[in-house]
Design a protein around this ligand. Structure first.
Ligand code: MAN
Length: 348
């Protein structure tokens, strides 16, 4: 394996204790998977903040937004025979799935791309309505002209889909509704229209025939998507054998659209890989690296809320320098630099 990431020596850049929870009785369990963008001369992160209820012995609490949009805590005794709590992230109660945490998105900005702080006047972004009752997660941010498109995982008891909001100033948002119904996540819109059309990568999942693969869709208006095509599948026996999903918006290079994606194996170990799409016709995959370009190696990537995870959905491109911001061990926000040339060299 050839890990070509140059991790920031300051990692982790952000930890749960660095931010305040949004309400009494809540605690921040993890900070993860930020979207990244430039705005007002600064680098901004849209961090996923996962909150849980302070636990007490013999009881499990899990949060959900109620009809009025406030976080409500549901309490179940640990010995309840109808409770299945085997995964740190998800529990099943009375046959229904719930998350152990609820996520919202928090805006932080930085002059140097390393030290991030919350900015006055830019409040947290919460899930909206019935289809986001269990939160908003892993937001990709794409800028097209003067509009930022936010595509995020919208979770509720109806399933996991992709929500869309747009903004020009990060203070006023337009809600575009659910653009991909369950089960779907990992949606990244391209930062340029191609032949007048919007494109995005997304990740529907099928439990029966098929799997968790990266798909391409196109749209005339950035809101209604069609002409779905399956681009990237899992590879038996490799590091991305169980599921794959897009990272942030594809990067224009002279060889094609470069996408950094995540892949996991059956042990839920997450690495980052790369593939290239044709510049004029992104449905054509030109190349895919066999090995990951980054794998969990550091202590903060190997152990945390959910260990052995590096996961990115936000980056800043500056010439050959690609700075990715990533979630480590589903608990910390970290940064790493890549040379785009070095990534391209790993692509046959
Ligand atoms: C998976 C994990 C969790 C996430 C849920 C819902 O279980 O990625 O972190 O909260 O899916 O998206």
């Amino acid at each position: 394996m050839n890990d070509i990431a140059r991790r920031f020596p300051q990692n982790p850049l952000l930890m749960p204790k660095d931010l305040q929870p949004t309400g009494a009785g809540l605690q921040i369990i993890s900070l993860l998977n930020p979207g990244a963008f430039r705005f007002n001369g600064k680098t901004w992160l849209l961090v996923r903040v996962a909150e849980g209820a302070a636990q007490k012995e013999g009881v499990i609490f899990f949060p959900a937004l109620n009809a009025t949009g406030n976080t409500e805590i549901i309490e179940v005794p640990l010995n309840d025979p109808e409770l299945i709590a085997a995964d740190a992230r998800v529990i099943n109660y009375k046959g229904l799935d719930y998350l152990t945490t609820i996520s919202h998105l928090r805006l932080l900005a930085s002059e140097d791309g390393i030290h991030f702080t919350e900015q006055e006047g830019y409040p947290p972004i919460f899930g909206k309505g019935e289809l986001e009752r269990f939160g908003a997660e892993d937001c990709r941010v794409t800028q097209i002209d003067d509009t930022y498109y936010l595509t995020y995982t919208a979770v509720s008891d109806s399933g996991v889909g992709v929500g869309l909001q747009t903004t020009k100033d990060w203070q006023h948002f337009e809600y575009g509704g659910m653009i991909f119904p369950p089960h779907n996540k990992d949606c990244a819109i391209f930062e340029e229209r191609i032949n007048g059309r919007y494109y995005c990568l997304h990740r529907p999942s099928s439990k029966e025939i098929g799997g968790s693969y990266i798909w391409l869709a196109e749209s005339a208006d950035g809101l209604h998507w069609g002409n779905h095509q399956c681009l990237i599948k899992t590879r038996p026996g490799l590091w991305d054998s169980a599921r794959v999903g897009a990272g942030a918006a594809p990067i224009r290079t002279e060889r094609g659209w470069l996408e950094i994606y995540h892949g996991a194996n059956s042990k839920h170990q997450y690495c980052l890989g790369a593939f290239l799409m044709d510049l004029d016709n992104p449905a054509r995959v030109i190349s895919r690296a066999v090995e990951p370009i980054m794998a969990p190696l550091e202590t903060y990537e190997l152990s945390g809320f959910f260990g052995y995870v590096v996961f990115t959905n936000g980056h800043i491109v500056d010439g050959d320098k690609l700075t990715i911001y990533y979630g480590a061990a589903d608990e910390f926000v970290c940064g790493a630099e890549f040379s785009i040339k070095e990534i391209l060299a790993a692509l046959p």
